[in-house]
Design a protein around this ligand. Structure first.
Ligand code: FAD
Ligand code: NAP
Length: 540
């Protein structure tokens, strides 16, 4: 039975923070099971990532047909994606369409930031406070606050003195930006920079790209979906999703059956070529051992290097653009359209700020150790305080006044990425300790919400008031996540997965690397065993 909770109730079963893919499904699912729910969203609208990141070229890098809700076949059948990788605006249209269809808006309080969440141990209730002064009490709190929702602005001397406009890719103006005739500087060459640079270059009079670390990027091969492809996908969605749920990354593609060096050179090349044609980030999963065995990884890297050198005219520019400081795939592979070809244009300059660091910014532009670049506009594609940054902005206070930020001062500690010891009935969605950004995050969010929803049903059915990860379970999970990461090549990179992009952030691999299906199996085993590793608590 669906409960109808108004957006004014001050005492509810569940508070959900965030109205992106995760929070919206949480609202729908909890309502369906008869719980009263309040959702708080800092933005004026739904969408999360896809509400904010409106920079030119913003698209998903998981195929559109997979990067959408699977929980309702009606939704899958009714919505029709137009391109292999949907644009930000199409994804946002989709999220808005779902919100309307499931009547979700009435349950969301927009323009409202949750500033604190405090546990009352006597009543085993959470009180959340918002930036507009409201307080609401709930049995459960679900943090669907997003792993990539706290944009980072670099600490460059004089940034605030720049005379022209400064745009962060994650806070792009809704009306768009016209760079025609302008001298533009872009700082940052991660996925956001790599997607936006080619389009900015087409418009701007001059573009200067300030690159600190070169990144691996594989062409998206984006194109319109044909009517036949859409009909086929809709007719076979069940199987497509089944494969995705059983996969390492939440999409229906499987690695080559042999290990890299077991395949003959011809087979190897053909497998890499097939993945190259598939496009984008999945290149890192061509062979199952590619992210574990450095020799295997080197084969992928050599194939990659050949492809990229072939499209860059100037060998010196190619040398700067091809990474040599981390194995391929140990940072998220970017998914681009004409990124490397952009550096063949006469109006584009690549500046390696490793060789010539940015020293300062002044009213008229950016000064490196060698050159002052006069600029009219500046784009910051400088990423996020990922996984923990957004949670750290909320004053989350658990047992005995313990604060989550203090608990995590040496790195995040969770059990399954879902629960934290000392914080009963507080659940994280796509947080640290889960595969999160290593998987298709729409399915990942669905999996988390389903698990939390079933846990609440279990608690209610068995007369429990709360569940709390035990310290032993958290310690064991943190150890398991570290051990699994250490058995791969991932820790070799200074990536945001390990917090390397945020000065002073503890260096810990923040994700569960064992694969999406393996992770789901572990979560299911825990639930089947009566929530092993969680203490189940009767009402105080
Ligand atoms: P979000 O979409 O980040 O939503 C969280 C919401 O919580 C936000 O709206 C925020 O305003 C709100 N919030 C946070 N704190 C508070 C607070 N204190 N009070 C109130 N509200 C709060 N993943 C993929 O799997 N495939 C992709 O192709 C892909 N592409 C991406 C492209 C970009 C540009 C970026 C930045 C990320 C991409 N991701 C991708 C990751 C993406 O973040 C997830 O896929 C997904 O959209 C996350 O959904 P979410 O609901 O968990 O979080
Ligand atoms: P990012 O990968 O962290 O890239 C940030 C870039 O800014 C890096 O090149 C970084 O250099 C550079 N940078 C940061 N501070 C700098 C400074 N002070 N001076 C010079 N350069 C600086 O962030 P992102 O590109 O926004 O992507 C983050 C994640 O969001 C992705 O990995 C992906 O998961 C997701 N995303 C996906 C897509 C998609 O294709 N669908 C698009 C965008 C984002 P260093 O590498 O040297 O730190």
């Amino acid at each position: 039975m669906a409960a109808v909770s108004s957006a004014t109730e001050s005492n509810v079963d569940v508070i959900v923070v965030g109205a992106g893919f995760g929070g919206l499904y949480a609202l729908h699912r909890f309502r369906q099971q008869g719980l009263s729910v309040r959702v708080f969203e800092a933005a004026p609208e739904v969408g999360g990532t896809w509400y904010y990141n409106r920079y030119p070229g913003a698209r998903c890098d998981v195929e559109s047909l997979d990067y959408c809700y699977s929980f309702s076949d009606e939704l899958q059948q009714e919505w029709t994606w137009t391109e292999k990788y949907a644009t930000q605006s199409e994804i946002l249209d989709y999220i808005n369409w779902v919100a309307d269809k499931l009547d979700l808006r009435a349950g969301i309080t927009f323009n409202t930031r949750v500033v604190s969440a405090v546990l009352d141990e006597d009543s085993m209730r959470w009180t959340i406070a918002t930036d507009n002064g409201e307080t609401v009490v709930a049995r459960f709190v679900v943090m669907a606050t997003g792993p990539l929702s706290s944009p980072l602005t670099p600490d460059i001397p004089g940034l605030e003195t720049f005379g022209g406009p400064i745009y962060h890719t994650a806070h792009w103006p809704h009306e768009g930006v016209d760079f025609t005739g302008k001298r533009v500087g872009v700082i940052g060459t991660g996925s956001s920079g790599v997607q936006s640079i080619p389009l900015i270059a087409e418009q701007a009079a001059q573009l200067v790209v300030f690159q600190r670390s070169p990144n691996y990027s594989v062409p998206a091969g984006n194109r319109p979906l044909t009517a036949e492809e859409i009909a086929h996908a809709k007719a076979t969605y069940g199987e497509r999703r089944r494969l995705s749920w059983r996969s390492g990354g939440g999409s229906p593609h499987v690695a080559h059956p042999k290990l890299t060096m077991q395949a003959s050179p011809e087979e190897r090349r053909a497998a890499f070529e097939e993945r190259w044609q598939l496009g984008g980030v999945l290149f890192s999963k061509t062979f199952a051992d590619q992210m574990i065995d450095i020799e295997a990884n080197e084969e992928a890297r050599k194939f990659y290097e050949g492809k990229i050198r072939a499209v860059i005219d100037d060998p010196e520019v190619a040398e700067l653009l091809i990474p040599n400081d981390h194995p391929i795939g140990t940072k998220r592979i970017c998914t681009d359209t004409n990124y490397f070809q952009t550096f063949n244009r006469s109006n584009v300059t690549l500046v390696s700020v490793r060789k010539t660091p940015i020293e300062s910014i002044d009213e008229s532009g950016v000064a490196t150790s060698e050159v002052h670049y006069d600029l009219d506009a500046l784009v910051l594609a400088t990423g996020f305080d990922a996984m923990t940054g957004t949670l750290a902005k909320i004053d989350i206070v658990g047992r005995g006044g313990q604060k989550l930020v203090d608990d995590w001062s040496h790195g995040p500690r969770t059990y399954l990425g879902l629960g934290v010891d000392g914080f009963p009935n507080l659940f994280l969605v796509s947080g640290p300790g889960a595969p999160a950004v290593l998987a298709n995050m729409v399915l990942h969010a669905e999996a988390h919400i389903q698990w939390i929803s079933e846990a609440i049903v279990y608690l209610d059915k068995h007369g429990y008031a709360a569940m709390e990860a035990t310290s032993a379970a958290v310690d064991a999970w943190v150890t398991e996540c570290n051990q699994r990461a250490d058995a791969t090549l991932f820790p070799k990179a200074n990536s945001w997965y390990v917090g390397a992009n945020v000065p002073g952030k503890p260096r810990v691999f923040m994700l569960f690397i064992g694969g999406f299906a393996t992770y789901l199996d572990i979560c299911a085993e825990v639930a089947d065993a009566g929530y092993k590793g969680f203490a189940l608590l009767k009402a105080p």
